[in-house]
Structures are given as structure tokens and as C-alpha cells.
Design a protein around this ligand. Structure first.
Ligand code: ACO
Length: 312
């Protein structure tokens, strides 16, 4: 059996931190409102040199170090991002060159904030089929360039950063299963147009309700398909959009918040980078241990959603 086993993780956060207090000097908001409605206290904001490619490269380097691999070991690169530096080449090709990875398949996957779960599903298919032995999956985002800094309904939510995971095909588990889905009929509740000066447009409460409904549905389906219950899950590693969405989903599943990895307090919503950033934080802090069962989940523009069940 070819499982996609996690060998190592890494992440990168921009140097500049923007707190709620600082934000409340430029838009009409308050630390209290943002924390109560979202759980976010601060976010990292990329400088002009902290590009999607640069941050993804640093995160990937750390993942390779943790995995004890060198760039020449990698035989596939998948980057998830909705904020690429160029229309083409793909960010995966740019990172390949920066890291010095020899020629191999390299491409980007775009599923907004669900991107990393889509990426996990994609690399797992390549590993299971035998086409990839050592894939590298990277999520990197500069969300700050998609945000209207005058719009208090959205600018308080997002942040920048990158996370990466190095995998190896293995007889030991691995990714046990992935579920991904999309409903393009909901395209108008969360989007950014591709034209100069366009920013994130979002119907916050509609996204909120659909996110909670879909996440509970797809997480329950994942557990059922794998003959597991919530008691078998050691850690929920959710997309970090809003603490109330995470809590509502955990409550519906019957999972205590003590078993949920939370990074949004300091990171905000980093879209496709949020799940690998949370995973890396959980692993490096020693909370997530080898052999444990992890349930990763995300939702985002599209609408898109997904889960990945992993034995770490
Ligand atoms: N500071 C102060 N007041 C604010 C702010 C702010 N930053 N933002 C909105 N308000 C006001 C609104 O104007 C509104 O005022 P009104 O009643 O006078 O009109 C009031 O607060 C309540 O606004 P709501 O939008 O109803 O607030 P809600 O409780 O729904 O919280 C939020 C808004 C945080 C956006 C929430 O709906 C949410 O998190 N939704 C999900 C969004 C999400 O996860 N998006 C990312 C998806 S991932 C991707 O793919 C990008």
C-alpha cells in the first residue's frame, strides 16, 4: 500500500505584525469587536520582498530539514495559492528553481481557502498510483494584497504566511482519506475579480452558515467512511477563518476545544496557508505526536470544502 506519510513540516510568517489596536487607528473597529466576532488578535503582513514564492520557499526548506531530505529527493511540487506572484510560470515552478529541485512535475492548485485540503487530495492520488514517491506540498499566500484596507468587514480577517509538508510514499500510514467538494452556485458570496483595484467581496454571515453546515457534514462523512468516531480523533486541525466557525463545527462533532489546534489568534485567515501553518505549529509545539489521528478541514471561496484524515 502506498500511503502518503508526513516526513516533515515547515512554515514562515512575515516579520511585520499588525495588531487589532493598530488596525483600529485606520478603520472604524476595535480590538474587542474583532476578538469577540472572530478570535483574531493580530496578523502578519508581508513586505514587498516577502512574496508568495519567497515565503513558500522558506517554509519548504524548513519542511525538508525536518524531513531530513535534500531538494534533489523531491519528485513532485504542488503549491496551493490564490495569490500567485505571476499568472505563469506557476508558483511551484518558481519555488522549484529557488530551492534547486531537479526537473519534476510542478504545478499550482487553486481552491481558495480549501486549497491545502485539495492539495493533499491531489498529492495522495499521485502517491497511491505510484507516480510520486517524495512530493512536496506548499501553501503560501499574500492575502494582504487582496484586501481593501478601508473595508472593516474584511480587512480585519486576513493575514499572510506559508506552510509546507514533505511526504514520502510508505507502507506506514499516512493520509488515510480525503474528501473534497465544491458548489459553484455559491460563487457570489465570496470572490475577488481579476481586474486592477479589485478586492475580496464577501457576504460574511452567508459564508459563516454554509461553512458550519458543510464542515460538519463532510467531517461526519469522513469519520463514517473510515469506521471511526470523534473519540478516535486526537486533533482537529481546521482552516483558521473564525473561532466561532471552528467552535460551532467542533461542538456539532462533539469534539472538545482542547483537541483543536488554534493559530488564528496570531495569524488571522491565511487562506491556503492556514492549515499547514496550524499543522506545523501543532507538531513543533509537541502537541501533535507520531501515531495520532488528525482531522484536517477547510472551506473557502467557490464555495469549496474538504477534509483529510491523517495518521501522523
Ligand atoms: N468592526 C466593527 N464593526 C464591524 C466590523 C468591524 N471590523 N465589521 C463589521 N462590523 C459591523 C457591521 O457593519 C454590522 O453593523 P450593522 O449591524 O450596523 O450593519 C455589525 O458589525 C455586524 O456585522 P455582521 O457582518 O452581521 O457580523 P458577523 O457577526 O456576521 O461577523 C464576520 C462578521 C466576522 C465576517 C463573520 O460573518 C464571518 O467570519 N464570516 C465568515 C467569513 C469567512 O470565514 N471568510 C473567509 C472564507 S475563506 C476564503 O476562501 C477567503
Amino acid at each position: 500500500m502506498n500511503y502518503s506519510k508526513i516526513l516533515g513540516t515547515g512554515s514562515y510568517l512575515p516579520k511585520k505584525i499588525l495588531t487589532n489596536e493598530e488596525l483600529s487607528k485606520t478603520v472604524e473597529t476595535s480590538h474587542q469587536w474583532i476578538v469577540e466576532r472572530t478570535g483574531i488578535a493580530a496578523r502578519h503582513i508581508a513586505s514587498t520582498t516577502e512574496t508568495t514564492t519567497r515565503m513558500g520557499t522558506i517554509a519548504a526548506k524548513k519542511a525538508l530539514e525536518a524531513a531530513d531530505l535534500s531538494p534533489k529527493d523531491i519528485d513532485m511540487i504542488v503549491v496551493v495559492t490564490c495569490t500567485p506572484d505571476k499568472f505563469f510560470p506557476s508558483t511551484a515552478c518558481l519555488i522549484q528553481q529557488e530551492l534547486g529541485i531537479p526537473p519534476c512535475p510542478a504545478f499550482d492548485v487553486q481552491a481558495a481557502c480549501s486549497g491545502f485540503i485539495y492539495g493533499l487530495s491531489v498529492i495522495d492520488q499521485f502517491v497511491r498510483s505510484g507516480m510520486a514517491k517524495r512530493p512536496l506540498l506548499i501553501g503560501s499566500e499574500v492575502m494582504s494584497k487582496l484586501v481593501d484596507w478601508q473595508d472593516r468587514r474584511t480587512c480585519v480577517l486576513f493575514g499572510d504566511g506559508a506552510g509546507a509538508v514533505a511526504f514520502a510514499a510508505s507502507d506506514e500510514p499516512g493520509i488515510l482519506s480525503t474528501e473534497i467538494g465544491a458548489d459553484g452556485y455559491q460563487k457570489d458570496i465570496l470572490y475577488v475579480d481579476n481586474k486592477p483595484g479589485a478586492f475580496i467581496q464577501m457576504e460574511g454571515s452567508a459564508v459563516f452558515k454554509l461553512a458550519v453546515m458543510k464542515l460538519e457534514e463532510v467531517a461526519s462523512k469522513t469519520l463514517k467512511n473510515n469506521h471511526l468516531t470523534v473519540h478516535d480523533i486526537d486533533w482537529l486541525v481546521p482552516h483558521q477563518a473564525n473561532i466561532r466557525i471552528i467552535k460551532a463545527t467542533a461542538d456539532k462533532l462533539g469534539l472538545p476545544m482542547e483537541r483543536v489546534i488554534i493559530t488564528l489568534t496570531e495569524h488571522g485567515n491565511t487562506s491556503g496557508a492556514s492549515v499547514p501553518l496550524a499543522l506545523d505549529a501543532g507538531i513543533r509545539s509537541g502537541k501533535i505526536k507520531r501515531g495520532q489521528h488528525l482531522l484536517l478541514e477547510a472551506f473557502g471561496g467557490g464555495l469549496t470544502w474538504g477534509t483529510a484524515l491523517i495518521r501522523y
